[in-house]
Ligand binder design. Structure first.
Ligand code: NAD
Ligand code: IPM
Ligand code: MN
Length: 346
């Protein structure tokens, strides 16, 4: 078997955390004989600089031909001044790949309780999975820009809700059997459709899963008050974006959170949930563990290599248990030294 992995390092700390993840994947390859092949392509701001387009055709073709795609991060102040935006490329990539379900596991690692902004007893036991709808809603609705008036349309079809809900129900079955669907059904028509569709699927196929519904404002509150209460959380695109940043920081740093974006078939897009962090780019200060655990998710979901995926996750836990910390976790270990240490544990 040869697995073709396209790397999209992107901008800011993207190239640093991607290089870190690749070195850990190479260690996993050496141990498990995965025969991984990597090809790097321009994407995001760097692609605007080189080709005038954040998602050039050559990058698109490479992604469509790959078994999996590993992305660093895109964006930065350089491309915020008008003209094409790196973020538009990211939305185009998610749409081109049809990756409608974004899995964002949020876990508090043993020993990091004191780094949570919450009191340690409240942070204890955080272990949730946010299933974020990724190719619909307000991100992809009709947009009208303007100086006096602007519009962003939010649209969902029942089919779009059902397919992502199915992934969340399946995830709940494989975990503790509990699913919380988050919406704003007291105001939004799309949320009422969302809730109705989730209830219908629950009744017809997943009545063994314990389902509850929560309004997004109340959910944001409960996430701070009792984060360990949540298991699988299903929500639409923009709510998922916001709630996952909030949830991630409860575990100590956004730099720890990985993600997998899946659609039909095994090909997926893997990226840490953080952005390009221009404030620390190029300083060897980025936490690469979110990118490294995204690489583990890649092995699990796209390449069906559970043993190698678990070995990476185990190495990350062991690494943190030694007290090693990057700057975001209050330590002074660099990005490259962190990935060397994790790779050595595989
Ligand atoms: P950000 O996630 O880049 O940074 C927020 C804060 O978290 C910053 O203080 C940063 O230093 C810190 N941080 C982020 N990742 C870290 C890591 N791995 N290690 C240590 N600290 C880390 O969010 P932002 O500043 O709002 O956005 C910066 C740019 O990134 C914007 O252009 C935005 O559009 C883009 N962005 C891209 C993605 C992506 O490519 N998937 C995701 C989010 C934001
Ligand atoms: C994320 C990011 C992206 C999003 C941006 C950069 C388009 O914040 O992956 O969470 O909003 O989806
Ligand atoms: Mn985000």
């Amino acid at each position: 078997m040869t697995a073709h992995i396209v790397l999209l390092p992107g901008d800011g700390i993207g190239p640093e955390v991607t290089a870190a993840a690749v070195s850990v994947l190479e260690a996993a390859d050496a141990r498990f004989g995965l025969n991984l092949q990597f090809a790097s392509h321009d994407f995001g701001g760097i692609a605007i600089d080189h080709h005038g387009d954040p998602f050039p055709d050559a990058t698109r073709a490479a992604c469509e031909g790959a078994d999996a795609i590993l992305l660093g991060a895109v964006g930065g102040p350089k491309w915020d001044q008008g003209g094409p935006r790196p973020e538009t490329g990211l939305l185009g990539l998610r749409q081109a790949l049809g990756t409608y379900a974004n899995l964002r596991p949020i876990t508090l690692f043993e020993g990091l309780e004191d780094l949570s902004p919450l009191k340690p007893d409240r942070a204890a036991g955080i272990d949730l999975l946010i299933v974020r709808e990724l190719t619909g809603g307000i991100y992809f609705g009709k947009r009208q820009e303007g100086d006096e008036h602007a519009t962003d349309e939010c649209a969902y079809s029942a089919e779009e809700v059902e397919r992502v809900a199915r992934i969340a129900f399946e995830a709940a079955r494989s975990r503790s059997g509990r699913l919380t669907s988050v919406d704003k059904a007291n105001v939004l028509a799309t949320s009422r459709l969302w809730r109705k569709t989730v209830i219908r699927l629950h009744e017809s196929e997943y009545s063994d899963v314990t389902l509850d519904h929560m309004l997004v404002d109340a959910m944001a509150m409960k996430l701070i008050e009792a984060p360990a209460w949540f298991d699988v959380v299903l929500t639409e695109n923009m709510f998922g974006d916001i709630l996952s940043d909030e949830a991630s920081v409860l575990t100590g740093s956004i730099g720890l959170a990985p993600s997998a974006s899946l659609g039909l078939g095994p090909r997926g897009l893997y990226e840490p949930i953080h952005g390009s962090a221009p404030d620390i780019a190029g300083q060897d200060r980025a936490n690469p563990l979110g990118a490294i655990m995204s690489a583990a998710m890649l092995l699990r979901h796209s390449l069906d290599q559970e043993d190698a995926a678990s070995a990476i996750e185990h190495a990350v836990r062991t690494h943190l248990s030694t007290g090693a910390r990057t700057a975001d976790l209050g330590g002074d270990m660099g990005t490259a030294a962190t990935s060397d240490a994790v790779a050595a544990l595989i």
